[in-house]
Ligand binder design. Structure first.
Ligand SMILES: Nc1ncnc2c1ncn2[C@@H]1O[C@H](COP(=O)(O)OP(=O)(O)OP(=O)(O)O)[C@@H](O)[C@H]1O
Ligand SMILES: [Mg+2]
Length: 239
């Protein structure tokens, strides 16, 4: 369904992602893990065509993913976004609807309903009129999750959604992931969490420039693979 073939990315001649190939089925929650600087964010961005790939093909249902970006919701790593921009929470979520409504038309009643229901699902409806910059990190992350939901996408790319969020937000995110999965959506989630929460994933890709291992938790989380990806400085959490 989603196929990545021989993806490679260079930044000014320096290789960040090298010969990455994998294939995903619908309805899966897939964790992408690897150390800092492994190329996880780069890989997602290159798959979406946000940065140029030096090689590789990305296909979704046999067609180039770049021609079907309306079917993908992407939530970037939070550190890469500047939240000083003054915009109310409900308008952040409404931005996901502009593709449906166009920039200059007022949102349809349906879009307004979609926005409301997305904010309710993440427990942020009561904050709808707040400025996004006035929210906590976890609350902001829930608003971006709502924005992704409002897009009514099929594929979801999340870059480190759990970094710096509180337990409640973590629970909300996992609940929504589960719902999306059961609706047959496919989720690619970057994290570096090797512990408890990783049980909820169907598959993992362990990367450090190239793919070190892929498969189920027990196939990927072996001491040998972790050592290959992270070097000797990591303690494998067992359980
Ligand atoms: N815009 C850029 N220009 C040049 N080099 C970059 C750029 N963005 C990332 N890199 C380099 O590419 C490599 C991969 O970076 P990337 O951000 O994809 O890693 P990551 O796995 O997402 O790391 P993290 O866990 O810290 O988010 C790193 O060596 C990084 O320094
Ligand atoms: Mg990253």
């Amino acid at each position: 369904m989603l196929e990545v073939l021989h993806l490679a990315v260079n930044y000014r001649g320096v290789c960040a992602v090298e010969d990455v190939s994998f294939r995903l089925e619908a309805g899966q929650l897939v964790g992408i893990i690897g150390p800092n600087g492994a190329g996880k964010s780069t890989m997602l961005k290159a798959m979406l065509g946000l940065i140029p790939a030096s090689e590789g093909v990305i296909r979704y249902h046999q067609r180039s993913l770049k021609d079907q970006l309306a079917r993908v919701a992407y939530i970037p790593q939070r550190s890469q976004i500047d939240w000083d921009y003054p915009i109310a929470v409900k308008n952040v979520v409404m931005m996901a609807r502009t593709r449906h409504t166009g920039w200059f038309r007022s949102p349809s009643r349906y879009s307004q309903e979609v926005v409301k229901s997305a904010l309710m699902r993440v427990g942020m409806w009561e904050f709808k009129d707040r400025q996004i910059g006035e929210l906590s990190g976890g609350q902001q992350q829930r608003v971006f999750l709502a924005q992704a939901l409002a897009q009514e996408a099929e594929l979801f790319f999340f870059d480190e959604p759990f970094v710096g969020v509180d337990k409640k937000t973590e629970a909300v995110i996992f609940k929504v992931f589960d719902e999306l999965k059961h609706q047959g959506k496919t989720l690619l989630v970057v994290g570096h969490e090797l512990g408890e929460v990783s049980r909820q994933y169907d598959r993992f890709l362990l990367i450090n420039k190239h793919i070190i291992a892929e498969g189920t938790r027990s196939q990927v989380m072996t001491a040998e693979n972790i050592q290959k990806a992270y070097g000797d400085n990591v303690i494998l959490l067992r359980g």
